[in-house]
Design a protein around this ligand. Sequence first.
Ligand SMILES: *[C@@H]1O[C@H](CO)[C@@H](O)[C@H](O)[C@H]1NC(C)=O
Ligand SMILES: *[C@@H]1O[C@H](CO)[C@@H](O)[C@H](O)[C@H]1NC(C)=O
Ligand SMILES: *[C@@H]1O[C@H](CO)[C@@H](O)[C@H](O)[C@H]1NC(C)=O
Length: 337
Amino acid sequence: MESHSKSLLFLCCWLGLLSVSTSAPRQVLYKLDSSWPLNTDVFTGKVFSVDIDDKTGEIYVSQRGVDNHPVVVFSEDGELKRVFTFDTSIVSMIHGLRVFHNVSSGQTSVWVTDVGNATYGHTVKKISTDGKLELVLGTAGIAGSSLSPVQFGNVADLAFSEKGEMYVVDGDGGVNNRLLKLSQDFKVMWHVGEVNSTKDGNFDVPHSVELDNYNRVWVADRMNGRLQAFDADTGKFIGKWTSCFSVGQPYSVRMSKDKTHFIVALLQQSKILLVATPPSAGPIGDCNVLGSIDLPENTGPHLVGVSKSTGAFYVAELNTQTCQKFVPIGLHRINID
Ligand SMILES: *[C@@H]1O[C@H](CO)[C@@H](O)[C@H](O)[C@H]1NC(C)=O
Ligand SMILES: *[C@@H]1O[C@H](CO)[C@@H](O)[C@H](O)[C@H]1NC(C)=O
Ligand SMILES: *[C@@H]1O[C@H](CO)[C@@H](O)[C@H](O)[C@H]1NC(C)=O
C-alpha cells in the first residue's frame, strides 16, 4: 500500500513537471525522492510544517499526532533522529516552524507558532534542538491584539533576518490579520494589516512569510488569494501578485536555494507552484509561474521548507500525514526572444 502510493506519486510528479507554461522563459525541475523519510511510523496525525537546520542537515517536522510528539527530527538521509515530547498544555497545536541559527549567541533553535488555545497557546515558542522549551512570546493562552507586550491570535508563521529580527504573520483565521516585525529583543518595530480586507497591505488570513534577497518581506495572503510584498525596513507595501493564484489559495511562501523562485503550496488543489522571484530590487512586476508539481488529490500540502545547502524542498502534508522531499534536477533556461 505504502510503496504503491509512493510510485503513483512519483508518476504524478513527473507528469506535473512537464506541465510548464510554454511562455515561461525558464523551467524549474524537481523530482520526488520517494526513499525519504525511511520510516513514517512516527507520524500519527496531521503534518503542518517543516524546516531544515543547514548546519547539521537535520529536518524538523511538526505534527498534531496522538502521542505528544509535536516535533520529529530526521537526518538528510531520512533516518529518524529524535522526537520532542511535550504535554499538550505546553505545546498544543504547532502551525509554523523555523530553524534559526543565531550568529550573536552561536545557538541554533527551533521556533514554532502555536495556534492552540491551551495554557501556552496563541504564542511563538523557542525550543532547543534537543526539545526543551526556552522562551514563550505572547500572552500564553490568551488571543489578543496588543503590541506591548506583544500578543498573538492564531499566529501562523515566522521568518528571521540574518541578524535575528523576526517577521511574524498573525494569524490563521483568528482575531488578527497582520504582519509584525520584531527586534532582536522581541519588541514590535512595525506592523501592517490588522483589518481583514482585500485592500493593499491588508490581509485575510496571512498564512506564511518569507524574506527575499532584496530586502522585501513576502506574505502568502491566503484567503485573498495573493502574495504581497513589503519593504523589510519600513513595512511599506511594495506590490501584490494575484494572477498566479486564480488556481488556488497560496498556503506557503519559501524561496528556493538559488533564489530564482518561490515554492508555493496550494493546499486545496494539492499542487506546488514554482513562481519566479523578481530579478531585482524595487517594484515586483507581474508573477510568472515557472513550473508546477501536481500531488495526488487530497494530499493537502500545507507549509514547505527549503534546504539552503542541498536545494531540496520538503512538503508538510496535512491529509496524507507525512512529509516528502523533492530534489532539484536543474534549472533550464529557454531562449524565447
Ligand atoms: C540571539 O542572541 C542574542 C544574544 O544572546 C539575543 O539577544 C537575541 O534575542 C537572540 N535572538 C533570537 C531571535 O533568539
Ligand atoms: C480550544 O480549542 C479546542 C480545539 O480546537 C476547541 O475544541 C475548543 O472549543 C477551544 N476552546 C475555546 C475556549 O475556544
Ligand atoms: C474576512 O472577511 C471576509 C468577508 O467578510 C470573511 O468571509 C472572512 O471569513 C473574514 N476572515 C477572517 C479571518 O475573519
